[in-house]
Design a protein around this ligand. Structure first.
Ligand code: COA
Length: 160
C-alpha cells in the first residue's frame, strides 16, 4: 500500500493546506497528515488542538489519517512504513527551504521520496502566520481557512 505523509506545523491548517490534502488523498492510497514541531516556531494552538482541527476539516476524506510526531520527520516516516513525503510549494521563496529539507531527508531516509505539489493559485499568498495576524486584529478570514478553524481562531483571540 502506498502510504504518504504530509508533514507540517499546521498552526492552524488553512484552505491552502486543505487543497493539497484533498489532491494528495486522490493520488495516494493512505495519507497521513503529521503535525510536527518546527524548531523556532512558537505555536498558537497546542498539538492536540491542531490535530483536532485537521480531523474535523478532513472528515470527508476516508483515506486521510491525522497524527502528530515529536522527533525527527525521517524517523517518523520510517516508523509508519511510508515511502512518500508530500510538500506544497507556493512560490520561489519556498524553494530554498524545501530543497534543504528534501535533501536532508534523503540523507536521513534514503528510500523515502519527497513529492512536491504546487499550491492552488487561489492560496499562493496564504500562510498560517498571515491568518493569525489577520484574525488577531479581528479581520475577516472567511474562505481562507475551514469554518471550524475560523471559529477556533475567534475563540482563541477573544480569550487572549
Ligand atoms: N497553503 C498555505 N500555506 C502553506 C502551504 C499551503 N499549501 N504550504 C505551506 N504553507 C505555509 C504554512 O502555513 C507555514 O506558514 P507559517 O510559516 O506562517 O507557519 C509555512 O508555509 C511552512 O510551514 P509548513 O509547511 O507547516 O512547514 P513547517 O516548516 O512549519 O514545518 C516540519 C515543517 C514540522 C514538517 C519540519 O520542521 C519537521 O519535520 N520538523 C521535525 C524535526 C525534523 O525532522 N527536522 C528536519 C527536517 S528535514
Amino acid at each position: 500500500m502506498l502510504i504518504a505523509v504530509y508533514p507540517g506545523s499546521f498552526d492552524p491548517v488553512t484552505n491552502g493546506h486543505l487543497d493539497i490534502i484533498e489532491r494528495a488523498s486522490g493520488i495516494f492510497k493512505h495519507l497521513i497528515i503529521a503535525v510536527g514541531k518546527h524548531a523556532g516556531k512558537d505555536p498558537l494552538f497546542s498539538t492536540a488542538e491542531r490535530v483536532e482541527m485537521i480531523k474535523e476539516a478532513t472528515k470527508h476524506l476516508p483515506n486521510v489519517e491525522v497524527d502528530w510526531f515529536d522527533g525527527l520527520l525521517a524517523d517518523y516516516v520510517r516508523e509508519k512504513g511510508a515511502k512518500i513525503i508530500v510538500r506544497g510549494l507556493r512560490a520561489v521563496s519556498d524553494f530554498d527551504y524545501e530543497l534543504q529539507m528534501a535533501l536532508t531527508l534523503k540523507k536521513l531516509a534514503p528510500t523515502v521520496e519527497t513529492v512536491f505539489m504546487m499550491t492552488n493559485s487561489k492560496y499562493i499568498y496564504l500562510s498560517s502566520s498571515i491568518i493569525k495576524e489577520i484574525a488577531g486584529y479581528g479581520g475577516c478570514i472567511k474562505g481562507l481557512v475551514p469554518d471550524n478553524v475560523e471559529a477556533a481562531l475567534r475563540r482563541k483571540f477573544k480569550r487572549g
